[in-house]
Design a protein around this ligand. Sequence first.
Ligand SMILES: Nc1ncnc2c1ncn2[C@@H]1O[C@H](COP(=O)(O)OP(=O)(O)O)[C@@H](O)[C@H]1O
Ligand SMILES: CC(=O)N[C@@H](CCC(=O)OP(=O)(O)O)C(=O)O
Length: 259
Amino acid sequence: MTTFKSTHHTARKTIVVKLGGSTLEGLNEAFFSNFKKLQEQGYDMIITHGGGPAINRELEKQQVDSHTLNGIRVTNKDAMEIVQSTLIGKVNPKLVYELNNAGIPSIGLNGFDNFLLKAEFLDEGIYGLVGEVTKVNTDLLFTLIRNGIVPVIACVGINHEGQVLNINGDTVACSVALAVQANSLLLVTDVAGIRIDDEFQQLATPSQIERWIDEEQIYGGMIPKVRGALNVLNQGVPSVQIVNEHLIGTTIIREEQMR
Ligand SMILES: Nc1ncnc2c1ncn2[C@@H]1O[C@H](COP(=O)(O)OP(=O)(O)O)[C@@H](O)[C@H]1O
Ligand SMILES: CC(=O)N[C@@H](CCC(=O)OP(=O)(O)O)C(=O)O
């Protein structure tokens, strides 16, 4: 299977695009046309998505309390049911519809499908039913993209006992990007990248990011993004960006690329 993987990657280029829940409510024409342009340039595309705002609405409706810690949702059994039904039942099919409707052949998936996202507890004592990805079924993804179908992955994983786990959308995007050895990872969100002192940064290095987290200039949902981005960059994904729907934002670069 490794041969298959390397063959794939000598011939093809892959981009993993993560769509944050904050963008999913109203993806615009520009996004779909940018996406198609990348496909026309020969990139195989994989989409992963979150759905934080939709989950929050449903939790509130059903009066289930939940809170986040460093941008990660502490997830009990009741919250898990809502996360699962919202992401897999609502957010994923809506996005898949919009993509297909825009002429982008796509198929909806989650961690259960052909064991796409195997996961284990991140830290059950702290976060409850939250997972970190241990294995991605890359063969399934390569089979789809080789056939021109965009996999659209909801961030729900399954552990070795079949337990469903909630995984942060940015974490899934990073794990998938690493597993397929993507050429580029785009974390699409509702802001044009990292904003510091009211200015969006075009470039950001690991040391700057660590400092901004310490100074609490980067907080909440931006934390899993930048931590994931640094991890992916360190492990060899050449291009990692946090962008808005127009694909404008911050490129995360290595220290030595700054000067
Ligand atoms: N330094 C920062 N620059 C930009 N946004 C930040 C920063 N720190 C925290 N944020 C927050 O992070 C949010 C994006 O994270 P999140 O809401 O989880 O988005 P998504 O649903 O796309 O994953 C922004 O809307 C903003 O409120
Ligand atoms: C463990 C964890 O934090 N899971 C996230 C999954 C959805 C997500 O990440 O949505 P965004 O991409 O919109 O932030 C949650 O429950 O909100």
